[in-house]
Ligand binder design. Structure first.
Ligand SMILES: Nc1nc2c(ncn2[C@@H]2O[C@H](COP(=O)(O)OP(=O)(O)OP(=O)(O)O)[C@@H](O)[C@H]2O)c(=O)[nH]1
Ligand SMILES: [Mg+2]
Length: 298
């Protein structure tokens, strides 16, 4: 939204994101090192062992220099780390790990300024509540972004009053993943439960929902490899993308007890600015032309 509707990211924000991306690189590599041990892929030569030691000692806030970036790259390209990476579906690793390691050389240059794509792809968990305001077609919008992880959810309630619409973002790609907070719980199951709670909540009796079924790009790639039927036994649409999308959409829609409730749905890839532009234009149209007139606002 910032990229599309405001002047983009300020210098200060870019520097902040540079730090986040460097920290992402270190934490992703630390995860890979840990997982390589569990997978018994942790036999490294003495040069790589030295690099692993250095990574273990590095300050999480530190900027990675060009030279150290080269060392991390060497480790990333090593056979054991690559083999560990191949199994990333079996543990928690940010989706964009490969993207950032591919451009580590550029990222560790002194004059590196993150591109919009880099900023969209880095992982920065929302803690607390973030508001952004912008004007579009003569109307002021305020988007309140809340964190999705379990310990963030109790902060939501203070922002429930007076909202025009709830934008609920769920990951399609979560159907074969478990929660970071609880490895016993499937991500899509958790999201369905949360959607049930929110769309039937008394706070949102008359508030329309816009459901984003996000990470369509990742979903498309994994569908033929990880059958959707493994999670939903009743699903019989095979690896046909349209069948699978429709099935999941219905799974969410059927959670609403009030069958008259307005729930708009969109399949999205949030990291694709072009896609988000189209989707947001639709959302704006829904809000301005359907929702506000209905409640007598316009
Ligand atoms: N490939 C792909 N990656 C995505 C998509 N949407 C988000 N991501 C990536 O997923 C990661 C998490 O995205 P966030 O926007 O931080 O997710 P969030 O729901 O705000 O998470 P919390 O702040 O913890 O609630 C980031 O690394 C994003 O770049 C998508 O549609 N496709
Ligand atoms: Mg967030």
């Amino acid at each position: 939204m910032k990229i599309i509707h405001t002047r983009g990211f300020s210098k200060l924000e870019q520097v902040n994101y540079q730090r986040i991306i460097h920290a992402n690189l270190i934490s992703c590599m630390q995860i890979l090192i840990e997982e390589s041990k569990k997978l018994k892929l942790s036999k490294f030569n003495s040069e790589l062992k030295e690099i692993i030691k250095e990574i273990g000692m590095i300050d999480k806030e530190a900027t990675i220099t060009d030279g150290f970036g080269g060392k991390i790259q060497k480790l990333w390209e090593s056979e054991n780390i690559q083999k560990t990476y191949e199994k990333y579906e079996t543990y928690h690793l940010p989706d964009s790990t490969n993207y950032f390691f591919q451009k580590i050389d550029e990222i560790c240059q002194k004059d590196y300024v993150p591109t919009d794509e880099d900023i969209l792809l880095c992982r920065s968990q929302t803690t607390g509540v973030i508001q952004i305001q912008f004007e579009s077609h003569g109307h002021n919008f305020t988007i309140i972004d809340v964190g999705g992880q379990r310990n963030e959810r109790r902060k939501w309630i203070t922002h429930f009053e007076g909202v025009t619409a709830v934008l609920f973002v769920t990951s399609l790609s979560g159907y074969n993943q478990v929660l970071y907070e609880d490895e016993e719980v499937n991500r899509m199951e958790e999201s369905l439960t949360l959607f049930f709670e929110q769309c039937n909540s008394r706070w949102f009796n008359d508030v329309p929902f816009i459901l984003f079924l996000n990470k369509l790009d990742l979903f498309e790639k994994k569908l033929s490899v990880y059958p959707l039927k493994d999670l939903f036994q009743e699903y019989d649409g095979g690896d046909n993308l349209e069948n699978a999308k429709e099935f999941i959409k219905q799974k969410f829609l059927e959670k609403s007890k009030n069958k008259q409730k307005t729930i708009y749905t969109h399949f999205t890839t949030a990291t694709n600015t072009k896609n988000v532009k189209v989707v947001f234009a639709m959302v704006q149209d829904i809000i301005l032309n359907k929702m506000l007139p209905e409640i007598g606002y316009l």
